[in-house]
Write a protein that binds this ligand. Sequence first.
Ligand code: CP3
Length: 343
Amino acid sequence: MNNTFLKACRGEKVDYTPVWMMRQAGRYLPDYQRVRGTVTFLELCKNPELACEVTLQPVDILGVDAAILFSDILIPLEAMGLVLEFHEKRGPVFPDPVRTAAAVDRLRIPDPEADLAFVLNTIRLLRRELANKVPLIGFAGAPFTLATYLIEGGSSKFFFETKKMMYTAPELYCRLLDKITACTSRYLKAQAVAGAQALQIFDSWAGILGPDDFAQYALPYVQSIIADLRQVTDIPIIYFANNGATLLAQSKSSGADVLGLDWRIDIADAARQVGDAVALQGNLDPCALLLPREEMAARIKKILAGGRLARGHVCNLGHGILPETPPAQAKLFIDLVHELSAA
Ligand code: CP3
């Protein structure tokens, strides 16, 4: 098996730097568009055969060193009892945002084997289909990021309602976060039992918080999930706090084996900050996939050099690949990381 990715997560010696891309199964691939043309996004997430097919596409087409389960961070929130819609232009929408005690009380904590069986079945199917070709990453959203979607009712620019709940109804906020945390803990444990070989926690909106609010309202819930997972599994755990350069010192205490970096920080600088405690993942600007070969190569070389200062390095983009990216440029990125790191 190509276990370069798992080794790098653990800080073990590797022959080349492993690489995968956040959102690697997605709209930039015509093969994904073909499958997606036949079903809605939620139908795709809930159909293990199709979810398996699109998960495998970037492994086969691009030669990435890890597969990531095709699903969405919002899927378990639907299982908590909420209506979830995906709109072509607006993205995800919760028509009934969670802003009152009654709404928080109504949320149920799903039993993953019963309520999210399609995700676990996709994982089992993927492990069979992958046949140890590359490891499979499972994932979930971090409680704070999930809470923003529930409270705002979808994506947001200023997160006014979320911060309003934090500041004017902190007990309600904590009760909501406790419920999301319990749900996420169970969900990730179930993914590990079903066969996920690493887990990534996406904190896409952590960067909107100042350091004190991050310490009080976001990080403790991540720490609690990771501590819980450590009771049952020793697979690598990656924590990605998007726009989190100013939160790095705190993120180091998340308990994760690997910290994901967005592109706004120099990875060498990040490596100096975190020292030998954790491995790093990242962090090419997704738009840099549009650069001509030599310029892309120069940026990759700099990232690889910075990564060598860390305990371990998994190369990745600094956020999800954009739908506009030509697939040949994505392939160039993967090939360049392999070539330049093996040299
Ligand atoms: O990485 C992968 O390839 C695995 C699949 C995956 C998706 N979403 C598929 C998806 C993963 C890991 C996610 C995580 C996710 N989902 C995050 C965290 C990562 C990040 O980007 O910060 C967030 C915030 C979401 C919520 C979400 N899902 C939004 C805001 C949107 C709409 C915007 C967009 O990018 O389309 C989605 C939809 C979504 N999730 C798509 C895919 C492939 C596009 C759906 C389509 O085919 O129309």
